[in-house]
Ligand binder design. Structure first.
Ligand code: ATP
Length: 288
């Protein structure tokens, strides 16, 4: 049997880094949502223990460095499974973009193999396991609007967002997340976005308040190294996005628009400045 799992990209509507734990992990407070730009992960089970990853992307490792491979190995080991898996990743999410593509592929593998191997683990169990792969994996297991705290493992699901459009602009730069995280200046005054206000705005379905609650602590750090981020954000706003900011550790910049005509205008205009631009929407019903 072969199944296909959707692995959607995520954006950080707000992102705050609070402190670094003694083991080097970061304490996060962020609001994430998933959009309808997705990888598709095809999975089938094999009789040998082998995990085999293939992909149509020229940019990805297919060995143990691939997060999808790591997810399959980890689940196989923890669940005591003697079968293996074939994993084919149809890549659509830009790599190293701040859109969580690798984490979402890993989460899709956990959900898919849970079904194929008939493990009956809960999403909470899979999310807990996924934390060992990357701090974004627990969120990606759910891929629904959520407040994410702790090391990325405390997920509080939030209600459906009010309707809006999202323009994603990925400049021609690949950002190393570990290198950005190593340079967070915790000893200096950081810009902390109002996360509680964002949560309230979402609970009330208040689009205007969502816009004014946005913020990303990492944006100042990444844009210092990649000045095109600041330019893209300014362009987005100039072309009429209601608000714009960087996602994750970057470099993708996203703009929100309540009106489709406005979003289309921003999308078309950004194409003149940026090699990869997408017009998407938050997932309406999570992964369904
Ligand atoms: P995050 O915001 O979660 O740090 P990102 O969106 O910035 O991640 P990814 O696309 O997940 O970045 O890729 C980050 C790194 O992970 C790249 O160096 C890439 O080679 C590696 N990687 C491993 N497996 C995958 C995968 N399945 N898809 C994408 N990248 C992967």
């Amino acid at each position: 049997m072969e199944i296909t799992e959707k692995a959607p990209a995520k954006i950080n509507l707000s992102l705050d880094a609070l402190f670094q734990h003694a083991d080097g992990e970061h304490e996060w407070k962020m609001v994430m949502t998933s959009v309808d730009l997705a990888d598709y992960v095809e999975l089938s089970t094999t009789t040998s223990r082998q995990i085999k990853v293939t992909t149509d992307s020229g940019f990805l490792p297919v060995d143990q460095r691939n997060l999808a491979f790591q997810a399959a190995r980890l689940l196989q080991r923890k669940a005591g499974i003697t079968r293996g898996a074939r994993i084919h990743i149809r890549k659509q999410i830009p790599v190293a973009a701040g859109l969580g593509g690798g984490s979402s592929d890993a989460a899709a593998v956990l959900r898919g193999l849970n079904r194929l191997w008939q493990l009956n683990w809960s999403l909470a169990d899979l999310a807990h396991l996924g934390l060992a792969i990357d701090s974004d994996v627990p969120y990606c297991v759910y891929s629904q609007t959520a407040l994410v705290t702790g090391r990325g493992d405390e997920i509080t699901l939030l209600p459906k967002l009010p309707p809006f459009w999202v323009v994603l602009a990925k400049p021609n730069a690949s950002v190393s997340t570990p290198s950005i995280l190593r340079s967070i200046p915790y000893d200096q005054q950081l810009n902390h976005p109002p996360i509680e206000q964002m949560v309230t705005a979402i609970k009330q379905g208040n689009y205007e308040q969502i816009l004014t609650s946005m913020g990303n602590t990492l944006e100042a750090i990444t844009s210092q190294r990649y000045p095109q981020i600041k330019q893209l954000r300014q362009k987005m706003q100039q072309f009429g996005a209601d608000a714009a900011q960087m996602s994750g550790s970057g470099p993708t910049v996203f703009g929100l628009c309540a009106k489709y005509s406005r979003a289309q205008h921003v999308f078309n205009s950004m194409k003149g400045f940026c090699p990869e631009v997408y017009l998407v929407r938050p997932l309406l019903n999570g992964l369904n």
